[in-house]
Design a protein. Structure first.
Ligand SMILES: C[S@@+](CC[C@H](N)C(=O)[O-])C[C@H]1O[C@@H](n2cnc3c(N)ncnc32)[C@H](O)[C@@H]1O
Length: 244
């Protein structure tokens, strides 16, 4: 079973930098009332419903895991927010060219083949559309062993952390101009108490949920290796505009 199937079973998702990183991304991305936006790899839909509620943006979430897309959809319905979520693969989006004004993702491209995935985002975004991501980057020097440890633990085909420049280059190869590429100082940033508690609850549920799905030995190895996440990586945000 892969990491994404575990997430589907546990019913919780998260990303490096937590809510503070989300707020920073959205402050720079500036989704607006009436715009059509897509979240790529929306997971359980926390950010998706927040964008719909706070900014009045029409949102579409996609995720490759059915229970997560369903949960994101239910969250939107519960909050009476305008939008929906479906199951889809970022590398093969079921939307026409130039459909959306805004697109974003939080810790998803680290798992994807960069050229195909960024090209697909470029295809579905309108000209002058804005695109933002939160992804892991190296704190100082690259430590490729961390990627391989994590890929093995998560049982996923790909897990590639890039440098700030490599991320910017991968994005800008697809008609995007990168306007912001910024490392955040750490994984844990100050955020309002209720959001901080919400991050803590999600991370605790994730850790405990994983403990119930994998053998103790594998869980322990994962817990040991996670030190490398904090030692070698930090989250970064990128905001780009589609210029071609
Ligand atoms: C680390 S989680 C982040 C989820 C969400 N962005 C959040 O922060 O809570 C990565 C998400 O990407 C989804 N995902 C991974 N590969 C995908 C793909 N090829 N197409 C669509 N979603 C994908 C996973 O199912 C998972 O929900």
């Amino acid at each position: 079973m892969s990491f994404f199937q575990w997430l589907g079973r546990i019913g919780v998702t998260s990303h490096p930098g937590g809510w503070a990183a989300t707020e920073k991304l959205l402050t720079n991305l500036k989704p607006k009332k009436g715009e059509l936006a897509i979240e790529l790899g929306c997971g359980h839909g926390r950010t998706l419903s927040h964008v719909a509620e706070k900014f009045g943006t029409k949102v579409v979430g996609i995720d490759i895991v059915f229970p997560l897309a369903l949960q994101a959809c239910q969250r939107l319905i519960k909050r009476k927010a305008e939008g929906y979520a479906i199951v889809a693969d970022i590398c093969n989006l079921p939307f026409r060219d130039e459909t959306f004004q805004v697109a974003w993702a939080e810790s998803v491209f680290v798992f994807l083949p960069k050229p195909e995935a960024f090209a697909e985002v470029g295809r579905v975004l309108k000209r002058n559309g804005r695109f933002g991501i939160i992804e892991l980057t190296w704190r100082d020097m690259p430590f490729p062993e961390y990627c391989e440890q994590t890929r093995k633990f998560m049982n996923v085909p790909r897990y590639e952390v890039l440098t700030l420049d490599q991320w910017s280059e991968a994005i800008s190869r697809n008609g995007f101009e990168v306007r912001i590429a910024e490392k955040l100082p750490s994984h844990s940033l100050p955020s309002p108490l209720h959001q901080w508690l919400s991050d803590l609850r999600d991370l605790t549920r994730l850790g405990l949920g994983l403990a119930l799905q994998v053998s103790f030995r594998k869980w322990f190895e994962g817990a040991r290796d996670i030190v490398n996440l904090f030692r070698y990586t930090v989250p970064a945000i990128f905001v780009a505009v589609k210029v071609k």
